[in-house]
Design a protein around this ligand. Sequence first.
Ligand code: ADP
Length: 565
Amino acid sequence: MSIRLKTKLTVGLVFLFSVIVLFGVLGLFYINRLSTEGRLVLQNNHESLVYCNRMLQSLEDLQTDKNVLAAFWENLQKQQKNITEVGEKEATDDLARNFNELLVNPADTTNFSDIRRSIYKIQDLNEMAIVRKNAVAQKTAESAKDVLTILFTILTLVSFTFIFNLPGIISGPISSLSEGILAVAGKNYKKRIYLRQGDEFGDLANAFNTMAEKLDEYENSNLAKMQFEKSRIETIINQMKDGIIGLDEKKNILFLNAVAEKLLGLKESAITGLYAPDVAVSNDLMRTLLQGYPEKKELKIYADNKESYFNKDVLDVTNNETIIGQVIVLRNITPFHELNEAKTNFIATVSHELKTPLSSIKMSARLLTDLRVGALNGEQQELIRSITDDADRLLKITGELLNMSQVETGNIQLKLQPANPVTIVDQAVQAVLFQAQQKHIHIRTEIAGNLPFIQADLEKTSWVLINFLTNAIKYSPEAADIEVTAFQKSNKVEFIVKDQGRGIDEKYLPRIFDRYFKVPGSHDRNGTGLGLSISKEFIEAQGGRIWVTSQLGEGSSFGFTFNMG
Ligand code: ADP
């Protein structure tokens, strides 16, 4: 049966209180008993002895003084009232009878001896009683001593048991509890407290164990949840078609997915935890990835027994705005690349196939204007001009599309040779002269004397200049001036086409060399938006640099620079 702590403490205190009370009561009882016995001896026996002594004295004095009889009588009367012992009454009665006889005949002294005997008898009886009562008192004192000693010993032992056990009853569970609390604070949720007692401490221990159990369950369920989340994310990452590499903030490798393993040719288990730059020493792709490879550019990687194309994305992993790692994503763009390639091939084939019939249309149209074929009326001549213009425009477009497909497939065939800048400029100006004249535009050329030859593809460089000039004519008003300059600037030769046309808004300048880009609202239905992007590719393929400056409403300057060959 379990006893509550409160009950235990109450029992302990009640016991100690009872010990005090018991000792007090017993002490008082024995003291009282001893004093009663003493008083009785004094009262019952000692007083009788005093009366007897006085009566004997009166008897002695009777020889000389007859008046002492009164004193004798007085003491006899007191003795008659103080009869306490067995046989004392008979002796006192004898004494009274003899004394009465003495009173009748005071001169007769014969019964003096009877009187004395009776008095001695009374004295003996009382003295014996005193001795007997003293023995009783002694015995009472002895038994009091024994009882109190035994009681004292027992109670002392019991009290000692209390003294030794009571602090333990309280401090033992408290230290067990504090030990348990410390363990739980240290995340040891498996800790339990076993107190085999059903008191308040037992309740506390049970409550503690329930709490630890709940914390343990919570911890385990959290862990299970996190593990589930981890495997879910791992499954997603592994199912992805893109290569994914996780790094921590110190560039140690955390994980690779299956695609990344295949691309790098490394097993995840072999390199997780390794410092990525260390892995890069023996792995080309890892080196490229860590080198801050331009993110827009494609990576060509041999994978799946074919050439595959990837885009690299580096994503920072942050926690409360602190970067705690990086994820490198290698996005597989091979399907797009293949589609784009198919498109380019298609365009190349179509443009190529269109070129011959278009040239023949143009040729036929020109032949029709020959008088030998037959004279044409004005309307017919106008129709022929329109056919020639359209054929020219279509030839220009097919030419641009062909060039673009060459550029896209990386098949620019350069015929680099020492070229005279004067020839380049002359060829280009000659090519656009007719167009310029139609708009009454004056092209002014300014070529610095003694310009050195440059290492260039004559045809392609002229093509770029023609493109600049065609645009300048197209976007200039009637009768405007166009300036073509070529000059040397340190060890470079620079070509510039400057017009007084409508100019280009500053915000479009960064995109002007992009493929298919046309300035919005230019209402130019004939353009493809390819001319400048092909120009850029042509110039850069030759190691040159292309640029533009423009002011809206004031005109533009397009130029390119070649290093001297
Ligand atoms: P397009 O064949 O359409 O002319 P380009 O690549 O040659 O394509 O030119 C791209 C765009 O740049 C044009 O659509 C036009 O809006 C703008 N542009 C090019 N040259 C000039 C210029 N000299 N003045 C004003 N705008 C120009």
